[in-house]
Design a protein around this ligand. Structure first.
Ligand SMILES: NC(=O)c1ccc[n+]([C@@H]2O[C@H](COP(=O)([O-])OP(=O)(O)OC[C@H]3O[C@@H](n4cnc5c(N)ncnc54)[C@H](O)[C@@H]3O)[C@@H](O)[C@H]2O)c1
Length: 253
């Protein structure tokens, strides 16, 4: 028995570190997965790894409403329904004080990180079966903030408003909506942020500076994030909705 037997999931940013780890875990737990990302080649490789009967690659830009609507429609057509949506695609932007922050970068971060999950909510929740679950990947800086990250922190806070609204709207159909707030994850996305934010000479030195801010004194693994997404996607969390779920080793306490 898998924890997601008979469930059909839609995952954005599926070619990335957390998205791919989640797709692998979902399939291992019995789900069929529709995978969306900008990176078509990486999506194809992941879908081939997971098997054509279990995974469908649907390249799409999450900022494009027509593309997201089409991807959701193709997922439903191929697998016969939709039970889980994981809005996970995201970008970081730049490190700069508010007074210097480049406006074009701010606009792009808001487009991918806020408009993207909004469009996933709009199209996937409309297609979702009663009793489904949407998980929105925010960040520890959707609950806190640090200097230099105005676009990223603003975008990740905005997802809480999206989640709370959608959770109340969808509750009558038994569909749950929650945000997940991971702290630093050991992957390329985070290594780039840490090198830029600290100005350290090496990845390891930058990582130690961040770990000093985490009570559990380490980064998360992508698989640990996938395990939390699995819990929120599965019926084990059936009474959990409208929640901001921290997964940050105590960083936001
Ligand atoms: N890595 C961390 O430490 C960390 C911590 C907290 C939250 N997060 C969040 O987790 C999510 C996944 O990040 P990750 O660490 O796996 O990074 P990643 O860069 O490996 O994955 C992000 C994926 O999103 C895709 N993407 C970017 N723009 C897109 C667009 N317009 N349309 C479709 N796909 C697009 C990228 O191609 C990439 O595959 C992001 O939302 C990120 O903000 C990451």
């Amino acid at each position: 028995m898998g924890r997601l037997d008979h469930k059909i999931a839609f995952i954005t940013g599926a070619a990335g570190s957390i998205g791919a780890a989640t797709a692998r875990r979902f399939v291992a737990e019995g789900a069929r997965v529709a995978l969306t990302d900008l990176d078509a080649d990486a999506l194809d490789a992941l879908a081939a790894e997971l098997g054509a009967d279990r995974a469908l690659a649907l390249p799409a830009d999450v900022t494009d409403s027509g593309a997201v609507a089409d991807a959701v429609a193709r997922a439903v057509e191929r697998f016969g329904g939709l039970d889980v949506a994981f809005a996970n695609a995201g970008v970081f932007g730049a490190v700069a004080p508010v007074v210097d922050y480049p406006e074009d970068v701010f606009d792009r971060v808001m487009a991918v990180n806020v408009r993207g999950p909004f469009l996933v909510a709009k199209h996937a929740l409309a297609a979702m079966r009663d009793g489904g679950s949407m998980i929105i990947n925010s960040s520890v800086v959707g609950l806190t903030a640090d200097p230099g990250i105005v676009a990223y922190a603003t975008s990740k806070h905005a997802l809480v408003g999206l989640m709370r609204t959608a959770a109340k709207e969808m509750a009558p159909r038994g569909i749950r909506v929650n945000t997940l707030h991971p702290g630093p994850v050991a992957n390329a996305f985070q290594h780039r942020i840490e090198l830029t934010a600290t100005g350290a000479a090496t990845e390891a030195e930058a990582a130690r500076a961040f770990e000093a801010m985490i009570p559990l004194d380490r980064h998360a693994t992508p698989e640990e994030v996938a395990a939390a997404v699995l819990f929120l996607a599965s019926d084990e969390s059936a009474f959990l909705t409208g929640a901001t779920v921290p997964l940050d080793g105590g960083m936001s306490v």
